[in-house]
Structures are given as C-alpha cells and as structure tokens.
Design a protein around this ligand. Structure first.
Ligand SMILES: NC(=O)c1ccc[n+]([C@@H]2O[C@H](COP(=O)([O-])OP(=O)(O)OC[C@H]3O[C@@H](n4cnc5c(N)ncnc54)[C@H](OP(=O)(O)O)[C@@H]3O)[C@@H](O)[C@H]2O)c1
Length: 377
C-alpha cells in the first residue's frame, strides 16, 4: 500500500527542512517539499533522498498565493503543512487543501490568520477535514504544558509558561516574506494574561516593569513580558481551579527590545504599507548584531496545585539548542497523532489543545528535545 503523502509548503525554509527531516526519521510518509524556488526544492529533495537512502521526497514549485500553482502539487496529498511565512494567504492554502481532500497544519503566529481560517470553518467541518493551526513551539507548546501539569496535579492553581529564544541569527537565512511577517506579528501583540481569576492587560506604566523569571539551562534571571496566545484562552474554563496562567516571552536582546521595537512599531503606524518591510530589515540587523551566546531555546512551566491533599509544585523544561528543531518536533509529534487517527478530528483546532500532552512530550523527547519534569512539594 502506498504511504500517505505530506506536502510541506516552505519545505526548504528553516522550519520546513526540520519538519521534513523529522517526518522522514519518525514516520513512513512520503513528502513533497515545495516553495517558489523550484531549484531549491529539488535540491533539498535530492539531499533528503540520499540521506535517507530511499526515494521518498519530491521537490516542487508552489506559490501559496496562487491556487493554480497549488493544485497539481497538492493532488493526492493527505496533509498540507504550511511551514511558509504565508499567513496572509491562509484562505488560499486552506481552500486548496479542502479541494485536494487533505488535512492542514500551520505554525504561523498571526491573529489575522486565525480570523481567515475561522471563515473556512463551515467548509472544513462539512468536508470532515482536520485543520490544525498555531502549531510549533510558541504558539504550539505553552498550553500543552499547562494541560500536562493539570493532569499531574490535583486542583491546579497557577501555571506560568515562559520562553527564552537566544539563537545565533547570523547563521540563519530567512525569506524576506518571513521578516515582514515577523514584524507584522508585533502589531498583533497583546499582553493579556490571566490573574486573580480574570484576563487582564499590562497597563501603560506596568510595561516599564517587566516580569523577571529564573530560567534553567544556564540562562539565569531574565526579563519577560506577557504575550497572549489564543491557545491559553480556554484554559481557565477547562481547569476552573486555575486562578493564574499566561505565557511570558523572554526578550531578544536589549537593543531589539527597547530601541528597535518601539521604532519599528512607530514605522508601521507612520507608513503602514512599507512599515512592516522596513521594520523586518531593522529587526534582522538588530538580531544578528546584538544577540550574544549562550545560544539555545527553552520553554519553562512553573505550576502550583495540590497532590495527595497537600500543596505541590510541578516544573517542566523543554529545550533544544536549535530553535527550529524545537519548532518542528511538536509539529511532527502532532502530525503522528493525526496520522494514526487519534488526533484526526474534523474541525479547526489549535495544536496545543488538540494533541495529547503526555504522548507529545514523550515523542518530542524521542526526536532529541530535552524534556525535564520536576515534581516538588
Ligand atoms: N510556532 C512556532 O513556534 C514558530 C517558530 C518559528 C517559525 N514559525 C513560523 O513558521 C513560518 C516559517 O518560518 P521560518 O523561520 O521557517 O521562515 P524561512 O526560513 O524564511 O522559510 C519560509 C519559507 O516559506 C517560503 N515561502 C515564502 N513565501 C511563499 C509563498 N508565497 N509560497 C510558498 N512558499 C513561500 C520560503 O521560500 P520562497 O521565499 O523561496 O518561496 C521559505 O522556504 C513563519 O510563519 C514563522 O512565523 C513558527
């Protein structure tokens, strides 16, 4: 019997390449890696076929903004992974997936994208397809960690997730579309977090007093800011004992955080059309020039609740030196649950609320991610 075929748009990008490698290592699927540059797609397919000693990968040209270019590439696919910086084209890709009878996943962080995909919800449900959005590391993992802790503690009361992303940006190459999309994401930024039993934003004055977190893995004490992720929204109603939860994103570096971000946000307000592209270039420069070692990526949960009727704590650290492996591993772990049918539920889902948490953590560990769980009194 032929294996299922997964098409990865942005297949030769940083996230796409890592997803392709992990899928080849951990599942029997065949792949199509696609992007607007046909030669790069074919080159990567050849590299992967050689590395894995089998003809499992094809390279193809596809543009997420052009349905006619997606049609032949998606033909026969069972899942489309949009690992491309194409959140603005979510409807085009989503419709193409539905027309091809394929399920869908994307790791993009964008409020607008969620709105676009929600407009497809009736068609997704009518077709019985499983669409998974906000996949990856963040978004993608914070609510998985809270759900995991809620399963290990009785009456979970507090659950804070915080991140460090400190990568050697000089070693990375991005599509200009990715930098522009990244800059646009800052315009979507909301500081909503759940405290004292209600969702609240940081006041103007509070934004000058960042929240300090003690991180493991040698990163030490660092400033963070609350960052709303859609996957956190239903947690208080899922776990009514929760009085405090939220995701707290660590800074990139002081120059980017305190100089370039305000300048970039100003640019996007002043010249909305060209602002995102200008901010994207500034961001790339600031990340490359001012980010210093130690390099690594870490997501850390600190939770409190009860165990055997007594107050108890639970800590989880999820880390990898390569931020793109840490992005791809949860995506592939969720894809494995879709492929075996356990998470292939019709509808539009957020990865962090669809995937089974304990299995996902075990699977990403098998993919080389460090997962450390600390039970405390
Ligand atoms: N959830 C998470 O934890 C997480 C973490 C990291 C990244 N991300 C998201 O993942 C996405 C990819 O990021 P990345 O860092 O991997 O970017 P990247 O390395 O720049 O790769 C982006 C890829 O998308 C392709 N692409 C761009 N426009 C396209 C189009 N119109 N049609 C088809 N392909 C297109 C690019 O190739 P061509 O330009 O040659 O077409 C490239 O292969 C972004 O949306 C980013 O926000 C999420």
């Amino acid at each position: 019997m032929a294996h299922e075929r997964i098409v990865i748009l942005g297949g030769y990008g940083n996230t796409g390449r890592a997803v392709a490698r992990l899928l080849l290592e951990h599942s029997p699927v065949d792949l199509v890696v696609a992007g607007r540059d046909r030669a790069r797609a074919i080159r990567l397919a050849e590299e992967l076929n050689q590395a894995f000693g089998a003809e499992r990968v094809l390279g193809a040209e596809a543009d997420a903004s052009r349905p006619e270019s997606l049609r032949p590439v998606l033909d026969g696919a069972s899942i489309v992974v949009a690992a491309s910086s194409t959140s603005a084209h979510a409807v085009v890709v989503g419709r193409a997936a539905l027309d091809a009878g394929a399920d869908y996943m994307d790791p993009q962080y964008s409020t607008r994208k969620l709105e676009l995909l929600r407009s497809l919800k009736p068609s997704i449900e009518a077709a019985g397809r499983c669409f998974v959005t906000d996949a990856g590391f963040h978004p993608g993992l914070p609510a998985v960690l809270v759900r995991y802790a809620a399963g290990r503690l009785e009456a979970i009361r507090r659950a804070r997730v915080a991140s460090v992303i400190q990568v050697n940006w000089k070693e990375l190459e991005f599509s200009p579309a990715t930098l522009e999309e990244m800059a646009g994401e800052f315009a979507d930024y909301q500081s909503l977090h759940y405290r004292d039993g209600r969702w609240r934003s940081m006041g103007w004055l509070e934004s000058f007093a960042p929240i300090w977190v003690q991180f493991g893995h040698g990163f030490g004490r660092r400033y963070t800011m609350p960052m709303f992720l859609e996957e956190m929204r239903p947690l208080p109603s899922m776990f009514p004992s929760l009085v405090e939860t939220g995701f707290f994103v660590g800074g990139f570096n002081p120059v980017v955080d305190f100089v370039l971000m305000p300048v970039g946000m100003g640019l996007m307000k002043l010249v909305p059309r060209r602002g995102a592209a200008m901010f994207g270039r500034l961001l790339e420069w600031g990340l490359r020039e001012f980010t210093r070692p130690p390099y690594g990526t870490l997501l850390q949960l600190e939770a409190e609740g009860m165990r055997d009727g007594k107050p108890a704590t639970l800590g989880v650290e999820v880390a990898h030196a390569d931020g793109y492996l840490l992005t791809a591993a949860p995506m592939v772990a969720c894809l494995l649950q879709m492929l075996d049918g356990s998470a292939r539920r019709p509808g539009l889902h957020l990865q962090a609320l669809l995937a089974e948490p304990a299995r996902l953590l075990k699977d990403i560990q098998a993919m080389g991610v460090e997962v450390l769980v600390r039970d405390g009194a």
